[in-house]
Design a protein around this ligand. Structure first.
Ligand code: NAD
Length: 365
């Protein structure tokens, strides 16, 4: 089996964390009997400098011809005053639209050695491991009519059957590989569009009898995530509710440098760290590579169906953290501060050890 990955390093720390991602891809390729090839394409500010536009056809074609896309990050001070359509961030929005990425996955998983980095108490957080699946291309962010008039501003929250069906199906499929519980978050007590969402989710649920389906109003969900996050497995929700819920969920478990994400379409999937290009630390070897490496772990799980590789990457990250290694953004008292490359090498060495231990049937972690 051959897999093709399109790498889009982008700007700022984007190329630095992409290097970390590549190291991990190479290691998995060498240990498993698979063939993975990758090509690098321009996007964002660097693409604008070379080609006068932040997204070129060659990059899009590279993505269309790939099995998975990895994006580092785009943006930087030097491009802030460009017209909107030439800004690096415009490339990202266009890419999501062109690849028809209708769902966004953000895991909210806590590493035990990072429990004290959260604003929540360790006993509330310990054991938290859920994902938020957010609808990405519909709902109130895209609904029409929309506009501003002299004495009013308005937007339209609308969902069509097929939009809800495809994301509900995705949620149930993901839950089948996890604890088999889906919580659909809406506002059906007030909004007709939410009642419609709920009806469609229930219809799709009939095809997944092994999954337990709960419904929760969004205000209650926001409260429950900070009160008792362990109760969740897969949260399924619309674009606007997911925008808020996924940020709350991400931040209770760690810092920006540790949050991975995947955006899914019918044909393509884009993996990217949640963070931006961090121009304030670019080129200083300070970037935390965990968000990028975890995004690669998601790639192995969701795009290549290689659960084992994904588990090994996650175990290697867990061990690096519990051994006290940290980049500056997550430094705690008594930790060993390391650079981006050093952290990546430590994670890679842990992976090597796990591969060896697994080969002789011993699991030390
Ligand atoms: P940012 O995520 O780049 O940085 C916010 C803060 O977090 C900074 O202090 C940064 O140093 C720190 N940080 C982020 N990632 C880190 C990592 N891996 N390791 C250590 N520290 C990390 O957000 P911002 O400062 O608001 O935006 C900077 C640029 O990035 C802007 O041009 C913005 O438009 C762009 N941006 C791009 C994306 C993307 O490409 N997906 C997402 C968000 C922002």
């Amino acid at each position: 089996m051959t897999y093709r990955i399109a790498l889009l390093p982008g700007d700022g720390i984007g190329p630095e964390v992409t290097n970390a991602a590549v190291k991990i891809i190479d290691l998995v390729t060498s240990k498993f009997n698979i063939d993975i090839s990758y090509e690098t394409y321009d996007i964002g500010g660097i693409c604008y400098e070379k080609h006068g536009t932040p997204l070129i056809e060659e990059t899009l074609d590279g993505c269309y011809n790939s099995d998975a896309v990895f994006l580092g990050a785009v943006g930087g001070y030097e491009w802030e005053n460009l017209p909107h359509h030439l800004k690096p961030e415009a490339a990202l929005l266009k890419l999501r639209e062109k690849l028809e990425l209708f769902a966004n996955i953000r895991p909210a998983k806590v590493y035990s050695s990072m429990l004290d980095n959260s604003s929540l108490k360790r006993e509330v957080l310990d054991g938290t491991d859920f994902i938020v699946l957010r609808e990405l291309t519909g709902g109130i962010y895209f609904g029409k009519p929309r506009g501003i008039e002299d004495s009013r501003g308005f937007n339209t929250m609308v969902y069509r059957t097929e939009e809800v069906e495809r994301i509900a199906r995705k949620a149930f499929e993901i839950a089948l590989k996890r604890d088999k519980v889906v919580t659909s978050v809406d506002k059906a007590n007030v909004l007709e569009v939410s009642q419609f969402w709920r009806n469609v989710v229930e219809k799709v649920h009939k095809d997944y009898p092994k999954i337990k389906l709960n419904h929760m109003y969004v205000d209650n969900a926001a409260m429950q995530i900070v009160r008792d996050p362990k109760q969740f497995d897969v949260i399924l929700t619309s674009n606007i509710f997911g925008d808020i819920i996924s940020d709350i969920s991400g931040m209770i478990t760690g810092s920006l440098g540790m949050l991975p994400s995947a955006s899914i379409g019918n044909k393509y999937t884009l993996y990217e760290p949640v963070h931006g290009s961090a121009p304030d630390i670019a080129g200083q070897k300070k970037a935390n590579p965990i968000a990028a490496i975890s995004s690669i772990s998601m790639m192995f799980e969701h795009s290549f169906d290689m659960q084992k590789a994904s588990e090994i990457i996650e175990k290697a990250i867990t061990k690096a953290l519990s051994d006290g290694f940290r980049t500056a953004d997550i430094a705690t008292e008594g930790c060993k501060i390391v650079t981006t490359d050093e952290f990546t090498d430590i994670i890679a060495e842990n992976m090597e050890r796990i591969f060896t231990d697994e080969a002789i049937g011993v699991f030390l972690l």
